[in-house]
Design a protein. Structure first.
Length: 264
């Protein structure tokens, strides 16, 4: 989500001070109005990695979007960004529940894996089926590759107690509100970017859009942000735990030293 120029506070985009003089890549590279797919990400990330490695530096991929990371590493292959904008716009006019039922009718496996409220992924799955004649689950199966494209170490951060993770998520949400997330979301809402922001599925914005529209209260909107973030964190852990190569560490005071020991 940090690739989008307009999404800052809600994506925890690092500030210049947080970057500490270290160059960060693929931040602010696309307007929210332009679709940015897995294949485009993998291509751009590959170009960045080659540039970094050519200067004798280590490449650090930081983030939690497992699908994108796996495509970049070459664990899976995704060849192109085929899309049908007209069909996508048509689908986006329909409620999520109806879209999920449509997906279930043609691709039961994908429907079982995609939450009925995740409109972006449902629409994409239906779009894939319309364009290719194959279901998303069939595409995913055929996209599996053999050897990865890079020699890499995958390190995952996880708390021994899930309660602490959730407490930190709630605290981080409160900090984002204090930092101006409401004002950032309102600016996007009033500029007419609501549809684009909802399309990419960035947590923290759609919930506030509902508050601006008067369909939910402010307190409820904040609680929904926290709940959706906790749900996302749970899905992240589920995804990464399927990779037996991942090394899991608790994010405590000695975590950085342990990581340096692993990659040295």
């Amino acid at each position: 989500m940090q690739i989008y120029k307009e999404l800052n506070i809600g994506t925890a985009k690092p500030t210049a001070a947080q970057m500490g003089g270290i160059r960060h890549h693929m931040i602010d590279v696309s307007p929210i109005s332009e679709p940015f797919c897995v294949a485009a990400y993998a291509k751009m990330a590959g170009e960045c990695a080659q540039d970094i490695a050519s200067r004798g530096k280590n490449v650090i991929v930081c983030g939690g979007t497992g699908l994108y990371i796996d495509h970049f590493l070459g664990s899976t292959k995704f060849t192109q960004c085929e899309n049908d904008p007209a069909y996508r716009n048509e689908l986006n006019e329909l409620p999520s529940g109806r879209l999920h039922a449509m997906l279930e009718a043609v691709d039961e496996k994908s429907a079982s894996l995609i939450h009925r409220n995740n409109k972006k992924r449902i629409v994409r799955a239906l779009e894939i089926f319309k364009i290719t004649g194959k279901t998303k689950s069939e595409q995913d199966e055929s996209s599996k590759a053999g050897e990865p494209a890079y020699d890499f170490v995958k390190i995952g951060l996880d708390y021994l107690g899930r309660e602490l993770l959730y407490e930190n998520i709630d605290r981080r949400t409160d900090q984002m509100i204090e930092a101006g997330l409401v004002e950032e979301a309102r600016k996007l809402y009033e500029s007419g970017a609501e549809a684009s922001v909802r399309r990419v599925g960035a947590i923290g914005y759609a919930e506030l859009f509902d508050f601006f529209a008067g369909t939910r209260g402010f307190g409820e909107a904040i609680e929904k942000i926290k709940q959706h973030t906790r749900n996302y964190a749970k899905r992240q852990l589920t995804w990464f735990r399927k990779d037996p190569r991942a090394i899991w560490l608790e994010p405590d005071g000695g975590c950085v030293k342990k990581i340096l020991g692993i990659i040295s």
